[in-house]
Design a protein around this ligand. Structure first.
Ligand SMILES: *Cc1c(COP(=O)(O)O)cnc(C)c1O
Length: 398
């Protein structure tokens, strides 16, 4: 018998199954929104990153259709060769205006924006300091860059300061990486103090606004605006695929940063330009984010209401049969930590049987197992009440 060089794949899959780490896709039918059909069952959707409900907004669809009719479905080349359209330029100006930066650059996804930007900014002679809970795209960007990568304890300014003190002088450049809203926790990075430290230690900062764009800040510009840090030296990355309801990523910053990235970010240079449809939809979304702040107020009133209801729930049942803990959050992402992967999967399944779609998140995506609830502006109060009731049944009286 010849040896099978691929046999290890099935063994690896078995290991994943045994650890309850195995994942598979679920099919969502029909239109995106607060209520969706999941494998044939109607469920209230608490698993989407479409915070403002824009992915199903007819105005985005109309803009996308018009762009396809004008430019076609594909952008047909990389931006530097034949894939650049006037729409890209309009979108980049709109992002820069929203972010109050000199310029912006659109990538084909947020993931590509992070790996391209980080690996352009630092190299083997440099140091990257990264929050331990950062998104995979920040971590992998840092690895690709060849810089020395050191994680610091989650949101710990003292840990970051210590690393800067001990390590900074040994390296040419230093880049601090942080999510602004932590995607699997929902808390915020202490941005103003991080920027102070960066200034003190001659370091750059890259902040990932994926879950903050369109959600935080009085104009929806994100966490940087929320903390009053617009205008401070900073590299801002984000995505067009969450609150903006489209696809693609962006970097916003100084004109020279953007000019440099157009010349040095391989994940921008060597990939096809964002499609006309995605570009036009994102552009329309940015317009709506700015002209309809009531969408954001609606979303935040849901966040306040759900937090209150959950507090009442935990207070009413101090001796829960299962250890559950609501994680600190300052965003529309609310997480409830449970003891292990098997428990979170079981809870996710029970909630689904009750018509509630909540993501069970486990290692390696997050350090511990938790139910991740995301709210949308287009939810209604009764959706939230049903969720609270479902959580009570699932977690507090199993
Ligand atoms: C989703 C996400 C990304 C990746 O964005 P995509 O546009 O989906 O590739 C990057 N960073 C964070 C924090 C995210 O949550």
């Amino acid at each position: 018998m010849p040896l099978d060089p691929y046999a290890w794949i099935d063994k690896s899959l078995d290991t994943l199954h045994r650890a309850d780490w195995y994942r598979s896709v679920k099919s969502l039918e029909g239109m995106a929104g607060p209520v969706v059909r999941l494998d044939g069952q109607e469920v209230i959707n608490f698993a989407s990153n479409d915070y403002l409900g824009l992915a199903s907004d007819p105005r985005l669809a109309a803009a996308a259709i018009e762009a396809i009719q004008t430019y076609g479905t594909g952008s047909t080349g990389s931006r530097l060769l034949s894939g650049h359209r006037p729409l890209h330029e309009k979108l980049e100006s709109a992002i820069a205006a929203l972010k109050q930066t000199e310029d912006a650059l659109v990538f084909s996804s947020g993931y590509l924006a992070n790996i391209g930007t980080i690996s352009a900014l630092v190299g083997p002679r440099d140091l990257v300091l990264s929050d331990q809970y950062n998104h995979s795209s920040l971590k992998n960007g840092a690895r690709m860059s060849g810089a020395t990568l050191v994680d610091y304890a989650h949101c710990s300014l003292s840990a970051l300061a210590q690393q800067l003190q001990d390590q900074r002088h040994r390296y040419r450049r230093c880049l601090i990486l942080t999510d602004s809203v932590f995607s699997m926790d929902g808390d915020l990075c202490p941005l103003p103090k991080i920027l102070d430290l960066a200034e003190q230690f001659d370091s750059m900062v890259l902040v990932d606004e994926a879950h903050a764009t369109g959600v935080l800040g009085s104009r929806g510009a994100g966490c940087v605006e929320h903390f009053g840090c617009s205008g401070r030296p900073l590299v801002q990355v984000g995505t067009l695929s969450k609150a903006l309801g489209s696809l693609g990523g962006y970097v916003a910053g100084t004109a020279s940063l953007i000019d440099f990235l157009r010349n040095r970010a391989p994940s921008w240079i060597y990939t096809t330009g964002l499609t006309p449809a995605d570009t036009a939809a994102a552009l329309k979304a940015i317009e709506i984010v700015q002209s309809e702040p009531e969408m954001r107020s609606h979303l935040w009133s849901h966040v306040d209401y759900l937090r209150q209801q959950l507090n009442c729930l935990w207070e009413a049942t101090p001796n829960a049969p299962l250890p559950v803990r609501q994680l600190p959050s300052e965003s529309p992402i609310l997480c409830i930590e449970v003891q292990d992967a098997a428990t979170v999967i079981q809870a996710g399944r029970q909630l689904r049987d009750l018509g509630l779609f909540v993501s069970p998140v486990r290692p390696p995506t997050s350090p511990t197992s938790r139910l991740r609830i995301t709210l949308m502006a287009s939810h209604v109060r009764s959706h939230l009440d049903q969720l609270v009731l479902g959580l009570k049944k699932t977690l507090l009286m199993p």
